[in-house]
Each structure stands twice: as C-alpha cells, then as structure tokens.
Ligand binder design. Structure first.
Ligand code: PLP
Length: 441
C-alpha cells in the first residue's frame, strides 16, 4: 500500500464503512462507474462554493465541480434563488413553459451553430438525439467518432472509448473496439474510429466512408482521455471532410462549452451542424441540449405531418433545470469566461512548473479552465499518448492531493469554478509541490 493510500484510509473511515455497506445494495457501491477508484471513493455530505465536505468531516478544495458541471460552484445565490423560485411555481408541467422559451432564445443567441434547440435530461441523451437526428436527416447509418472519446452511454459511440493499446489497432486506422459489453450486434461495424489530432488520417477515413456516413462526432477538447485540445487544423479538416462526404459534423461540447462564451466552436471558429451540451449548462441540475441547423433540427418537428424523429420525455425541458441553467448562463458572461480562462492558464503552467521542479517527467494539458496531468515521456496530443502514462503515479497524485485537502478527478483531470480565487490556487499549487516531492522520492 502506498503512503498516500494509508493516509487516505486513516482520514476516511466512515466513508470506508458506508461504501462497504453500499456495495450490498448497489453493484460497486455507487451509480456512476467512472468515479470508482481504489481503495474506495468517499461519501460526500455537503458543498459550498468550491469547498466540499465528506462524511468524516474532511474539507476539500474542489477542482472537479462535479466533473465540470458546476462552473459557478455549489450554492451560487442566483442559481439557488432561481431554483427556489421555480420550485414554488412547480417543478415540471405537462407542456411548455416560459423558462423554455427564454433559455432557447439565450442559447440561440449565444452558440454560433444554434438555429434551433431541443432540451433533454443529460449529455448522453443529447448525443443520442444528435446521432439519431443525423441518421434521420442523411438517411445513413454509419457514425465516425474519435478514439478515446467518451460521448455518453450511447450505443453508437460507446466504441473505442478507452481501448487497451494492445487491441486498438494501427494508429492511423484504429480498430473499432466495443466500449461496453451488451452493445447490439453490428455496432462496431457501423462505427468508424478516427485518430485524434491527425487531420490527414481522419480525413482519409471519412472519405473512405463517404457514401454511408451520417455523422462525424468529435469533442473539441478530448475530455475523459485527459483534456486534450484539438488542433485548430484538425477540427477544420473534419468540417471540410464531413461536408464533402455529405455527413453532419456533430460537436460534443458537453465538457468544452466552458472554454468560450459560445463554446469551443466560437474559440476555434469552426461551426458544426449539430452540437450537444450537458453538464455545466444545467447549472447543477440535469439538463442536456441538442441544437444546430434549422433544417436538421426539423426532424424533431411534430407540426410536420409525421416527424421522422419523435422526441418524448417526461422531464424534457423541466422548468427547474431550465431556471438553474438560465441563472448560470447569465452569470457566466464573457468576462466571467475570460477570468476562468486566465486562471486556467496560470494553473496549468504552475502545476507543470511544480512537477518539473520536483524532477518528475509530466505534461499538463487543457484549455480554458480545464486541466489534466499526464505522467508521460512526451507531450500528449492523442488518446494513445495519454494511455501510455504512468497510472500508478497518477493515482498517487490523486490520493496525495486528497490528503492535502485538494480534490481532482481520479483520472488526473481537473477544472476551475468561479469561486476559485488566488488563495485556492495557492493551496492547489502548494499541495501539488508537497505531493510531487513525495512522488519523486
Ligand atoms: N459527452 C462528454 C464529452 C462527456 O464527458 C459526458 C459525460 O461525462 C457525456 C457526453 C455524457 O453526459 P452525461 O453524463 O450528462 O450523460
């Protein structure tokens, strides 16, 4: 057992007991698989701003924001008030409501590719609908997605989400590897896996499937593989290749939306046909958004004789989530995004400095207010680069930071929320220095 794990266990006995009991009711003790980490994840009790408290009374500085969802932190007064006020009027109605109109207007003004939007309950549902819309609109089936990209628990893209390097196939022509058991037969056959940040190889693969490709799905910042930003030329090449192939370009901006006021598409100047949002857009409540070109989004329109794509959902556009979303986006104006991004730049460079000063070989990736640490021999530009990292050191960094009162994602990923100020950044860097010195011993 590493010293970090020993100390973690000592600090979290109640979590250990509760997690053990939870495992007799919930497979693996929780309902969210990627958040498991050995020896056991802690049980959370409360959050305020960028601080979290667990059931043992440990106070953590939160650099996860519920894995990029809480860009304003916990308990922002404007968001709490919007939720309370909407709750007093009713959490959900048997039809549309004013908050839906307001948020649709806000998003169509804000996101370059949005001519029309639809609301759903999660990033997963947004991607599911985006893919289905693309298939309906083009009359084609095959979907291209990026190796190492997680685009929600959607069968069509639950492929090569985190393949082992042994099974991944040639770098420029990745194999389609099931990302889950239980996918319908034929899923991998109708999915083309594109290498990230290799414009030529990705373009060739799109060209090869030009006749049957419905959609090219890409995250402008490859999130779960470790916050790897796309090269601008890569996204531009996919834009051109998708158009030439008669396929739709779908941006999964569930994570990357925060990097600019109108999402990564504004920063990169590349406009997709369809965009999927989730996580932070709901302001802490469940919300997914699928939006894009009016002619594509018309597949959902029931005022047409027979909408090709029905879009039912008892909690779709529930006003409670919409109110939280509206309040969040109102606070997350251009200047707030700029402040977050400037701090993100500082944090990435200072973490990299702390690791290298300790003599560790590590690279820090990210964009805007997103960051990730990779213990790799060289810079990280693809999923495969990240997968070659030292996962033992990454785990020790995570547990070591926890012990120092700082929370990042067990996968070495983090993000900033607006309540993170100078003192919190100083604590993050000081904790990183302490842990880095131990890892270098
Ligand atoms: N797309 C990306 C890039 C994600 O990171 C995630 C979740 O982690 C999703 C889609 C799915 O979103 P949700 O968890 O809201 O279903």
């Amino acid at each position: 057992m590493t010293p970090e794990e020993e100390r973690y266990r000592t600090l979290t006995p109640t979590s250990g007991l509760m997690f053990a009991e939870a495992a007799s009711h919930l497979p693996g003790g929780d309902s969210r698989s990627p958040l498991f980490h050995p020896p056991y994840p802690v049980v959370w009790k409360a959050g305020a701003g960028c601080r979290l408290e667990d059931v043992d009374g440990n106070q953590l500085l939160d650099f996860t924001g519920n894995h990029t969802s809480l860009v304003l932190g916990y308990g922002h007064p404007a968001v709490d008030e919007a939720i309370r006020s909407q709750l007093g009027r009713g959490p959900v109605f048997p039809g549309t409501s004013e908050p839906q109109l307001c948020l649709a207007r806000t998003l169509c003004e804000r996101v370059p590719s949005f001519e029309r939007v639809r609301f759903t309950n999660s990033g997963t549902e947004a991607v599911m609908l985006g893919v289905r819309a693309a298939r309906a609109f083009t009359g084609r089936t095959t979907v291209a997605k990026v190796e190492g990209g997680y685009n929600g628990s959607v069968d069509a893209v639950m492929v090569s989400t985190a393949p082992t390097l042994a099974e991944a196939g040639p770098q420029a022509r990745p194999r389609a590897v099931p990302g889950s058991a239980g996918l319908p037969p034929g899923t991998c056959e109708s999915t083309v896996v594109l290498p990230f940040n290799d414009a030529d190889a990705a373009t060739s693969l799109v060209e090869e499937h030009a006749g049957d490709l419905a959609a090219v799905v890409v995250e402008p910042v490859l999130g779960s593989a470790g916050m790897i930003p796309a090269d601008p030329e890569y996204l531009q090449a996919l834009r051109e290749a998708a158009t030439a192939a008669g396929a739709l370009l779908v941006f999964d901006e569930v994570v990357s939306f925060r990097v600019d006021y109108g999402g990564a598409q504004e920063l990169y100047g590349v406009t997709p046909d369809v965009t999927c949002l989730g996580k932070l857009v709901g302001g802490g409540l469940p919300l997914g958004v699928v939006g894009g070109r009016a002619d594509v989004m018309a597949v959902f329109d029931p005022t047409r004789a027979l909408p090709p794509v029905p879009h039912p959902g008892s909690y779709n556009a529930n006003p409670l989530s919409l109110a939280a979303a509206q309040a969040t986006l109102d606070v997350l104006d251009r200047s707030a995004v700029q402040r977050l991004n400037a701090r993100g730049e500082e944090v990435r460079s200072r973490i990299a400095g702390a690791l290298s000063a300790a003599g560790l070989l590590a690279f820090v990736t990210g964009l805007g207010s997103l960051f990730a640490v990779h213990f790799t021999a060289g810079p990280v530009r693809t999923y495969r680069d990240a997968a070659r990292g030292d996962s033992g050191l990454r785990r020790r960094l995570f547990l070591g930071l926890f012990v120092e009162g700082v929370l990042i994602d067990p996968r070495g990923v983090g993000c900033l929320s607006l309540p993170v100020g100078d003192p919190e950044v100083e604590r993050l860097i000081a904790a990183t220095e302490v842990v880095a010195a131990r890892l270098a011993e």
